[in-house]
Write a protein that binds this ligand. Sequence first.
Ligand SMILES: Cc1cc2nc3c(=O)[nH]c(=O)nc-3n(C[C@H](O)[C@H](O)[C@H](O)COP(=O)(O)OP(=O)(O)OC[C@H]3O[C@@H](n4cnc5c(N)ncnc54)[C@H](O)[C@@H]3O)c2cc1C
Length: 393
Amino acid sequence: MTLEKFRTETREWLQATCPDSMRNRSIHFEEADAVYATDDAHAWLDAMAERGWTAPRWPTEYGGGGLDSDHARILAQEMAALKALPPAAGMGTSMIGPTLLDYGTEDQKQRHLPKIVKGEVRWCQGYSEPGAGSDLAGLQTKAVLDGDQFIINGQKIWTSGADISDWIFLLVRTDPDAPKHEGISFVLVDMNQPGVSTRPIKLISGSSPFCETFFDDAVAQREDLIGEMNKGWSVAKRLLQYERSPGDGGARPSKKGKQAANAYADLAKRYAGEQNGRIANAAVRDDVIRQTINERALQLTARRAAEEHTSGGAPGAATSIFKYVGSTLSKEGSQLKSTLRGTGGLGWDGPGFDTEELESTRGWLRDRATTIYGGTNEVQLNIISKRVLGLPD
Ligand SMILES: Cc1cc2nc3c(=O)[nH]c(=O)nc-3n(C[C@H](O)[C@H](O)[C@H](O)COP(=O)(O)OP(=O)(O)OC[C@H]3O[C@@H](n4cnc5c(N)ncnc54)[C@H](O)[C@@H]3O)c2cc1C
């Protein structure tokens, strides 16, 4: 099918299929549970999964859409034009799925990928431990092979969504005597068993999106070891590259997208005043322009990178550049919105603040985390200097 015909058909199908409540909006991951629990969300997921469009580029034999980069980009552009929510957001499609495509056996792909495409299984990430964050290879959660099973003991922390997940991809130490990067394995663990328990941790923003996760003689099947025993570090790094990938850069901006890009200007005019259609205060104007240009530049660069990267190969260390710039801008954007609101950007509760202002405060606090999760900014800079620029230690 020609690209233009595919675009027309895709646009018509999306218009007819995407429920109103699943379009013209964006959501933060902390609200996702409520939004994705509706009948509309289920209908949207089923319709998209039927076409494999929850994972458009995955091969059709695993339930994916089998689209090449050009067709996938058109789908992304048409979804962006509708501001349609992704039907199956989460670590399944963005992190463990692509990693299984690279490292999984045929049996592992067949067992796990179709369930991700259909949104039947929710995944979480068991990397960080109380004593191993940036120094991830220092992890101590232990797995001992006993026949066809691993017996796992230890603790993970900051596990996003662990209390509502079905499976966890887990880094475990399988050889305590080997150098620390060489004794790690990557296993998939069913969370629905007595040996796995979770305890939610509350964030400063008031919500509780992540947990402590405990393993007390928890069991994983040997057939769910990804890659070779004690060679899990390579698998773990590849998954992190997928986690840090910029996606398709938001595809083509719609008119609504343009309005969203002016959100800072609208806010500034509302709070700091307006003169002849411009933000009244010159210093505020500078801040708004700088943030808007930086966000737009990142979006365009991500799109260019996605378009240049037509081979569909795995991402590399350069994803750290997008992670660093993206998370920094996201944090600065929330900070700017709070600043523009003045005292209205400091409300937490009670009268005197509207809902938007209260959400702004929570968003500002929440976005402090963007330069921490997925690896801190300092860690990204270390990776960029060593692996991208080739600088010495
Ligand atoms: C909202 C949120 C969600 C998360 N979700 C998950 C999840 O789902 N699964 C999961 O496994 N983890 C998750 N994490 C954990 C996250 O990956 C870690 O917090 C992160 O890797 C940092 O580790 P740490 O908190 O132990 O900090 P530390 O590693 O103790 O770092 C403390 C400070 O020291 C700096 N630092 C450390 N080492 C170096 C170095 N070599 N050079 C320069 N500076 C350095 C860091 O940049 C940081 O500023 C999440 C975190 C947050 C905030």
